[in-house]
Design a protein around this ligand. Structure first.
Ligand code: OAD
Length: 228
């Protein structure tokens, strides 16, 4: 396999999706065993569902939190965390990168470990398995600080991600099906910026033509991708 010398690049961007966490035991969203094959997102992952039955939606997210806490980051997460001059943009809400030591993670779709109250604008970290509370101090239901179907992405987070990608010279996409926008447009943005683009995914993602495609798994491909 072609090895990459990271010292030849000034700005490296890792861009990850659910496939990055798959080998930890966290299910992906699509494909075999995918969350959206098992659960109807219209019942659990959109604002309308939350307004209809907030407790049901919060309990679903609690289940997901418990499942994630049973899992551990793998060697691929540690490679990403240890890479100098790199920025990490993730669609993952599971916090697995941070547990492996990544700092300043750009979380495009929010985090399972934060709750917010839209009526009063407050935000709280909640790192346990069960939520500490389902209600804000103001009395309203708290909601997971996650981008659900139909939600807009946080503008400042989106700006940080696009700025990083538009100025990178090495772009490594790992474990994403490229089917959710606007994140699905990131590989093209990197290619248009002139970056060397790599994809790690056991399945074709239908995205742009990458300069290097590794049809392998994140935990095996990442540790052997770079010259040491
Ligand atoms: P998907 O479930 O759509 O795609 C997962 C991708 O990971 C697929 O292309 C798999 O082939 C690949 N994959 C599976 N195992 C892998 C492994 N061991 N190593 C590398 N790749 C592997 O997940 P995303 O693209 O992340 O949104 O989905 C995008 C968004 O859709 C998610 O962020 C989520 C979902 O609705 C929110 O939660 C807001």
């Amino acid at each position: 396999m072609e090895k990459i010398d990271p010292s030849a690049y000034r700005n490296i961007v890792f861009f990850t999706g659910a496939g990055m966490s798959a080998e930890c035991g966290v299910p992906t969203y699509r494909g075999k065993g995918g969350i959206w094959n098992q659960y109807d997102y219209g019942e659990y992952a959109c604002q309308k569902a939350f307004e209809r039955d907030p407790e049901k939606v919060l309990r679903f997210h609690e289940l997901r939190r418990r499942a994630v806490l049973d899992c551990q980051p793998h060697a691929g997460h540690r490679v990403v965390a240890g890479m100098p001059r790199s920025i990490l943009v993730t669609q993952n809400i599971d916090g697995m990168h941070q547990r492996a030591g990544s700092m300043n993670v750009i979380e495009l779709h929010g985090s399972l470990w934060r709750l917010r109250c839209d009526p009063c604008g407050s935000m709280r970290e909640d790192p346990g398995d069960d939520y500490e509370t389902l209600r804000c101090d103001c009395g309203n239901w708290l909601r997971p600080d996650i981008t659900w179907f139909g939600d807009m992405l946080d503008e400042s987070v989106m700006r940080m991600a696009t700025e990083a990608i538009a100025s990178c010279d090495l772009f490594i996409s790992i474990g994403t099906s490229g089917s959710v926008w606007p994140a699905a447009g990131f590989p093209s943005l990197a290619r248009d910026a002139g970056a060397f683009c790599i994809e790690i995914n056991p399945e074709p993602s239908g995205a742009i033509c990458y300069d290097l495609v590794i049809r392998g798994s994140a935990s095996e491909a990442l540790p052997s991708l770079f010259v040491s």
